[in-house]
Design a protein around this ligand. Structure first.
Ligand SMILES: C[S@@+](CC[C@H](N)C(=O)[O-])C[C@H]1O[C@@H](n2cnc3c(N)ncnc32)[C@H](O)[C@@H]1O
Length: 275
């Protein structure tokens, strides 16, 4: 069973805001004029970065009104990106206190404080009222939550009838054992990677209708090859996911890249409609 305390400890980083400020300064970004795009190398914590979030945006575009909820919002990069493109108010919930605290500071820094509000808490037991949101999405979070049926029940509770739930998570392909550490887990006890079929099965079990489910393996492989190439030429950028991954950043990235390139892991995209 995945223990939320271990998951929080895996991600928690009190120095993160200082590190992000230092990275921005090194990149000669004026701290009084930071743009959402300046932050994306570090605040879009998933395969494909901002390009990965675009798959979610393509689906959420169909929701013409209302407020969205971001399940496992992290530092809030996807929320700020989606809010800016679709002009929506978004509430995020995340387990990791420093991500929520610094994520709200980053929203303030880029002038998105009124649109994006991040709250600390578990996705399995959120403080939001039932029937509140017009859409929900979750980006690279299910890999830390083994109680997926409970998770999907909670998301269903938050959604108004027939609202969309979009998932973009790392999923297992086949039955290969996972090599740890990876960006979301130092070892197996923090990890709950599932395959696309099981996600769909659990969603249907709680009453969602799955309208799309696909693996984005080729997209992820291309992204990884380009990232490796860029790093060979430019070295480590001042602002990047390595700031979130600590001392074992290199091995975590190498392990997930290798497993995606080998085909045993891939990001999956699911669109489901609440009952
Ligand atoms: C890989 S990060 C992705 C963050 C963000 N969605 C993004 O794409 O930038 C995974 C996030 O899930 C959060 N998380 C994991 N388990 C959670 C849970 N049970 N409830 C809420 N958040 C959780 C972690 O704190 C972390 O911020």
């Amino acid at each position: 069973m995945v223990n939320e305390k271990f998951v929080t400890a895996h991600y928690e980083n009190e120095d993160l805001f200082k590190m992000i400020e230092e990275g921005l300064k090194t990149m000669a970004v004026d701290l009084d004029n930071v743009k959402i795009e300046d932050l994306s190398p570090v605040d879009e914590f998933h395969l494909g970065g901002a390009d990965g979030t675009r798959f979610v945006i393509e689906e959420l575009k169909k929701v013409k009104k209302g407020e969205f909820v971001d399940i496992g919002c992290g530092l809030g990069g996807p929320a700020r990106h989606i809010s800016k493109i679709l002009d929506r108010k978004i509430k995020g919930i995340d387990l990791t206190p420093s991500f929520v605290r610094y994520g709200n500071k980053l929203s303030d820094l880029v002038g998105e404080k009124d649109s994006v509000d991040l709250i600390q808490g578990s996705a399995l037991d959120t403080p939001f009222a039932s029937d509140t949101f017009d859409a929900a999405y979750m980006v690279h979070v299910g890999m830390n939550i083994d109680k997926k049926v409970e998770l999907f029940e909670e998301v269903k509770r938050l959604l108004k009838p027939e609202s969309l739930f979009v998932i973009y998570d790392v999923m297992a392909v086949g039955t290969y054992p996972i090599d740890y550490p990876v960006p979301w887990a130092s070892n197996e006890s923090e990890s709950a990677v599932e395959n696309l079929e099981n996600y769909c099965k659990y969603l249907e079990q709680v009453g969602f209708t799955v309208t799309k489910s696909q693996l984005l393996a080729e997209f992820a492989k291309r992204f990884i090859e380009q990232t490796i190439e860029k790093r060979k030429i430019q070295g480590i950028a001042p602002l990047g996911l390595h700031l979130l991954l600590g001392e074992t950043a290199d091995i975590k990235m190498r392990n997930v890249f290798d497993q995606v390139l080998k085909g045993s892991l891939a990001p999956g995209l699911i669109v489901a409609q609440a009952p």
